[in-house]
Design a protein around this ligand. Sequence first.
Ligand SMILES: Nc1ncnc2c1ncn2[C@@H]1O[C@H](COP(=O)(O)OP(=O)(O)OP(=O)(O)O)[C@@H](O)[C@H]1O
Ligand SMILES: [Mg+2]
Length: 257
Amino acid sequence: MTTTPVLEIRNLHKAYGALEVIKGVDITAPRGHVIALIGSSGSGKSTILRCANLLEDSQQGDILFKGEPVKWRGEGLNRHPADAGQVLRIRTNLSMVFQQFNLWAHMTILQNVMEAPVTVQGRDRAEAEHAARGYLDKVGIGDKCDVYPAQLSGGQQQRAAIARALCMEPEALLFDEPTSALDPELEQEVIRVIKDLANEGRTMMIVTHDMSMARDVSDHVVFLHQGLIEEEGTPDALFGAPKSERLRGFLSSTMAA
Ligand SMILES: Nc1ncnc2c1ncn2[C@@H]1O[C@H](COP(=O)(O)OP(=O)(O)OP(=O)(O)O)[C@@H](O)[C@H]1O
Ligand SMILES: [Mg+2]
């Protein structure tokens, strides 16, 4: 039996003014799968994630959340999502974790994690707090509920951001370079959390420069080059036997770095 994928991106095109940055990309995230997006700087990785959760408009193609296509109005550079309720629902179900954590400095860690469940999703405060404490425990910082983001290490802040994303009870998590602002030892604690989430069967799309994480946690790797998929496949195929010259070049430069 096949189940409907959590997220499908079909023939996505995105331009910034005259600059076409995504030129027809298809990516499917089946339930429980982890998709890694790799590629050089400027290849379009972040743009794809931002288009997928409707933080950015796109000009052509379809985005389907659990089989439900995003409704558009207008065309080309004037194409925008037509249904604000649908946008909110999809965005809260595809929770993003950013490179720079984006925690609110004036709120405690617990408040950061409960804020959107209460104000955006309208959940009961006591229930949201209970859930938030549970997710903070899960990422290993249950003792940091009452401190402010500035009092945490980068790795702890990123784990708080992951707890915040989880507290929305999303269908999928979208990570944009979750470890690249971190020192190597702090990186490992975040990678461990991401691995646990993968083992739990969470659906995730992860943009990363960390090839060993991509290899370890993903089921499918997509290598982007200038807004197009140059090669994709299992981690073993992509890292073990890359076919395209560009991917071979990319891998040897990142391994050497
Ligand atoms: N807001 C913007 N306005 C204009 N051009 C943009 C904007 N954001 C991104 N771009 C361009 O779109 C292209 C893709 O950018 P994107 O940020 O998706 O790349 P990336 O693969 O995530 O790169 P990196 O690894 O450096 O994060 C780049 O050429 C970039 O300059
Ligand atoms: Mg990026």
